[in-house]
Write a protein that binds this ligand. Sequence first.
Ligand SMILES: NC(=O)c1ccc[n+]([C@@H]2O[C@H](COP(=O)([O-])OP(=O)(O)OC[C@H]3O[C@@H](n4cnc5c(N)ncnc54)[C@H](O)[C@@H]3O)[C@@H](O)[C@H]2O)c1
Length: 367
Amino acid sequence: MNTYKLGVVGLGEGRSIMSAAISSTRWELVQVCDINPAVCELRAEEFGFDQWTTDYGELLSNPAIDVVAIYSPDQLHLPHMIQALQAGKHVICTKPMLTSLEGANELLELAGRSGKHVFVGQSSRFFEPMIRQRADFERGRHGSIQTVEAHYIADSRWFLNKPWSRQKGFSWMYNFMIHAVDLVRWYLPGALEVTGYGNVSGNSRQYGLETWDSMRLLIRDEEGRIGQISGSYTLPALGSEVEPGIGCVIRGTMGSSRAEYSNLLYHTRFEGEGRKTYSFENKRDYYFRFEGNSHHAGEYQNYIDYFAECLDNGAKPLPDAEEAVVTLALMAAMERTMQEGGKPVRVDELLRENGLAHLRSSYGTRP
Ligand SMILES: NC(=O)c1ccc[n+]([C@@H]2O[C@H](COP(=O)([O-])OP(=O)(O)OC[C@H]3O[C@@H](n4cnc5c(N)ncnc54)[C@H](O)[C@@H]3O)[C@@H](O)[C@H]2O)c1
């Protein structure tokens, strides 16, 4: 078992991966970077860790770093990943890997040539109830899956205080709804076609935003299975006691299950059993280490430890850049159906138009 050496750029939510690396036995935190020295000083004090820089180039030229973890604003992920790969580092990039399919080809080519891994931190896959649901799915406990429904619904107007959320490249779909999109595609990797609607509420317009803030979409895969994805981000929410912020429901011929975030709950009804609810409340302090529930330290620790295991075994950590690009193609198809009043759009179409048709043959068979 090796110990891997981590550098981090972007210390807002990057705070969570600092905590994860410091707590993990598999990682050593070597250096961190934020363009804002006040944020660096804040984190230095919080973690007693003073190896910081405001110069990303300096972090990349640090020979002690094996892996660079990117938590900068969405619009900077592409240049930051390219620079890290060119510097010979493995990459962990938070979601969304990119804000559109622009640059996807260049990134895949560079990642392929570099021989380094690009792993995308889809944190929801690594939350306890979702981990348990996946294990039941892999054991075949749902029987033949018929539908997968995922939602991410939260009043996230607070997020619009971040300057980059009002700049080109930000959208509720790519930044927020991607959690629900990724969960559905994880179970229906061969998503073929999508239809749906989106709207912009007066609440978004008050912030000068013209990006869909409520979206409802239906997906069909190669075998006719149905996925449903819902998101609303600027409307008063019912609160997690009534409605978990993120939920993933799988319904199959032998059972149904629902995994919830940020409730640490997992509900099942499998054939031969009554309904069961599993609570992982005893892990609350592991998942939520700072104030409130608005960060992801536990999920990040789970995924960096998984990444370390993959490096040990020479395995490819998933989702990788290719899988993330297929999710982006699905989101581009979602955008198109919403623009075209619900006309069904095929994911293939978007892959082909962007010179990515070669991904089509592999993505349906990914685990
Ligand atoms: N569930 C999750 O995995 C999750 C949760 C929250 C945020 N995120 C992702 O993390 C990223 C950052 O979001 P956030 O909420 O922390 O935003 P934030 O604005 O709070 O933090 C971003 C940080 O990046 C720094 N920065 C900006 N430009 C930089 C540059 N050129 N070089 C170095 N540092 C730079 C800023 O100073 C800031 O401190 C986003 O991509 C977001 O989607 C993921």
